[in-house]
Write a protein that binds this ligand. Sequence first.
Ligand code: NAD
Ligand code: MG
Length: 299
Amino acid sequence: MPRDQYEFSDPTTRYPNTSPEPQQQPEPGLESRMDPKPDHGEDSYRGTGRLTGRRALITGADSGIGAAVAIAYAREGADIALAYLPDEEEDAQRIVALIEAEGRKAVTIPGDLTARNYPAALVERAVAELGGLDAIVACAGKQHWQAEITDISDDQLVDTFTVNVLSLFRLVQAALPHLEPGSTIITTASMEAYQPAPDRLDYAASKAAINNFSKGLAQQLIGRGIRVNVVAPGPTWSVLQVSAGVDPETLPGFGSSESPMGRPGQPAELAPAYVFLASHESSFVAGETLNVNGGMVTP
Ligand code: NAD
Ligand code: MG
């Protein structure tokens, strides 16, 4: 494990190839029960004031990539509102403690993104508790593998598109009146948006929709001084994978077969992309998709 995110090392061996033992949890899963545990940068992310005074709302902030982003943003000087499912309280409280250890504010607003009114309520509470909002990071996502299209239940289909796509529209609709020029919106697509795996058709299609939506929204909002960008992760070790995200039989080789680096990424390796796109060092970047996928080729 690197000393911090700036340490010089060979990227192919910077983190071990996880080769996880078979393990499975019901959705959405608890990271605290994973083996091995993902690295969120708990012991390594070093902040340098890049988001001083910012107020960020992060969905899916309890675990995985969203949790790594929350830790990084707090260490860069931001206060955070964390959104996640009520069942994930245990994971969320661990991240809250890390944010508070930085002397930053952590506001927990659990809820279900399939509920039509939750995105607006989430924004209102985040604004009230943080005294405003200038960064939205959408990291929540639903992924449930199914071998055949006929295996995808209508409930799964609707929930996948509601969590991944519809809630994003609702979140932005609610947040926009509060966002001053300089604010940033970052969404989370996937390399599945370009290279859909045959056993997650609903998920991959929703990720392509997120990428497309974000590029259109970026054009709509740039005149208001609001930048919209996308991060597209490749295979990343997180609880999503062991709670029906992928076929359990493929878990032992997770990330090592698809990624040219021969290993999965860690959430800690995704966080710097979200820091860059929120910070004003990316002031001339809008409508961009930053692929963080271990070298997989994208259009
Ligand atoms: P994760 O399980 O740690 O995070 C996903 C989060 O989504 C959960 O913690 C949960 O809080 C939230 N969520 C799911 N359903 C919800 C609902 N109904 N209401 C509210 N919140 C809900 O997994 P992760 O891998 O860190 O995923 C983060 C994002 O990265 C997702 O959008 C995922 O699609 C994307 N992504 C992950 C990978 C990967 O390999 N891990 C690859 C590409 C894209
Ligand atoms: Mg979680």
